[in-house]
Design a protein around this ligand. Structure first.
Ligand SMILES: Cc1cc2nc3c(=O)[nH]c(=O)nc-3n(C[C@H](O)[C@H](O)[C@H](O)COP(=O)(O)OP(=O)(O)OC[C@H]3O[C@@H](n4cnc5c(N)ncnc54)[C@H](O)[C@@H]3O)c2cc1C
Ligand code: SF4
Length: 333
């Protein structure tokens, strides 16, 4: 597949990048590592006139701990997240998730954590070549009026399959966005719209600058789990991440996220609430939570990621259970 023509812009600093986005509006797209964007451009799913590369924005490439917050620059390569001592020490779920993205070639070559968090939603009936798509009328995600994944659906049911986004949802981060109008900070929940057609609340002239994750307190643990057809170079059929703090052998501050289900990683607050205050060896509570997580995640799933719907739903339950147990094990050393 040949990439269509476009004008390549490589601003020298942040201000220049923001000015570029402000002046080119919807004709421009942001290029980080390009491991996702360039594929979608080849498939003609995105047809930008201008591609604005962030490669010169060195300031967006670091991982630091400052005033109780872990600050990860959006342009930090996946391999640096993977090898970071800070991430390894405090954010095991993020480390596991990044280790599951594609393959070492993507993690070591160009993929970035910001690009991963901004990964567009996906669907088997959409992420295809122009030739494959040419035999059908466009679906909702392509500005059409139909959905091939679910008959009569009035909206797009494509799924968020970003491994990093699922982990970061469970870890409870904020994202820092900037435009030439100024900066704003959003809780990760508010970064996603939940709509397959337009999954993010980021504006056309905005860039993601940083991801802020609070340093988890004493007794914290987290875990990310994923299943896919192949063990590498494959998106999640479903994934789950859990973070927990253990105090006096009881669970506190539980966050549960499920990926590969809805257009955003699902933050399952009700399921998490059923674990709060429970002893860490309360197997029945963990079973009940996993059942509830499966029920809630199932409501968002349609058969558009490859395996059967039933299998993905069953695995949602199993992955939440595994992630909960592993997060507790990590928290308790
Ligand atoms: C074969 C293959 C397998 C893959 N497997 C996985 C997988 O298992 N799990 C997974 O999660 N991903 C997977 N990916 C997707 C992708 O490689 C990763 O998500 C990667 O981290 C994307 O980062 P990038 O820097 O290359 O993003 P890019 O491709 O450069 O950008 C992705 C999107 O984010 C936007 N963007 C990037 N940075 C910013 C920013 N700072 N501000 C605003 N918008 C921004 C871009 O405009 C674009 O829309 C796979 C890709 C391939 C080709
Ligand atoms: S879920 Fe439906 S509308 Fe969305 S990309 Fe798939 S086929 Fe298109």
């Amino acid at each position: 597949m040949i990439i269509p023509e476009f004008e390549y812009l490589a601003p020298g600093d942040l201000q220049e990048a923001l000015d570029c986005l402000a002046s080119h509006g919807e004709e421009a797209v942001v290029l980080a590592g390009g491991t996702d964007l360039l594929v979608r451009m080849k498939q003609r799913l995105v047809k930008p006139r201008f591609v604005v590369s962030l490669k010169n924005l060195e300031g967006l490439r670091s991982i630091k701990e400052k005033d109780g917050v872990i600050v990860i620059g959006a342009m930090t390569p996946l391999v640096e997240v993977l090898e970071s001592e800070i991430v390894g020490k405090y954010l095991p779920a993020l480390r596991q998730a990044v280790g599951k993205i594609g393959a070492p070639s993507i993690q070591h070559f160009r993929g970035t954590i910001g690009g991963n968090l901004c990964l567009d939603t996906r669907c088997l009936f959409y992420n295809q070549s122009q030739f494959w798509n040419s035999g059908r009328t466009p679906c909702h995600k392509n500005n059409g009026q139909t959905c091939y994944a679910e008959e009569n659906s009035d909206r797009c049911r494509s799924a968020n399959q970003s491994d990093g986004a699922c982990a970061l949802m469970a870890l409870g981060c904020d994202v820092v966005l900037a435009s030439s109008r100024g900066e704003r900070v959003l809780p990760v929940e508010d970064f996603f719209t939940g709509k397959g057609e337009s999954p993010f609340t980021i504006e056309l002239d905005e860039l993601m600058l940083e991801i802020h994750v609070p340093v988890p307190g004493e007794g914290a643990g987290s875990s990310f789990q994923k299943i896919s057809y192949r063990s590498a170079i494959d998106f999640a059929l479903v994934s789950a991440a859990v973070s927990v703090r253990v105090m006096d052998r009881r669970m506190e501050a539980v966050r549960i996220a499920v990926g590969g289900a809805g257009a955003a990683p699902l933050l399952l607050k009700e399921a998490a609430a059923t674990l709060m205050g429970k002893p860490i060896d309360d197997a029945r509570a963990i079973e009940a939570t996993s059942d509830l997580a499966k029920r809630h995640a199932s409501a968002f799933m349609v058969e558009n990621l490859g395996s059967s719907l039933e299998y993905r739903q069953k695995m949602a339950r199993i992955l939440v259970k595994r992630a909960t147990k592993e997060a507790i094990a990590i928290a308790t050393g």
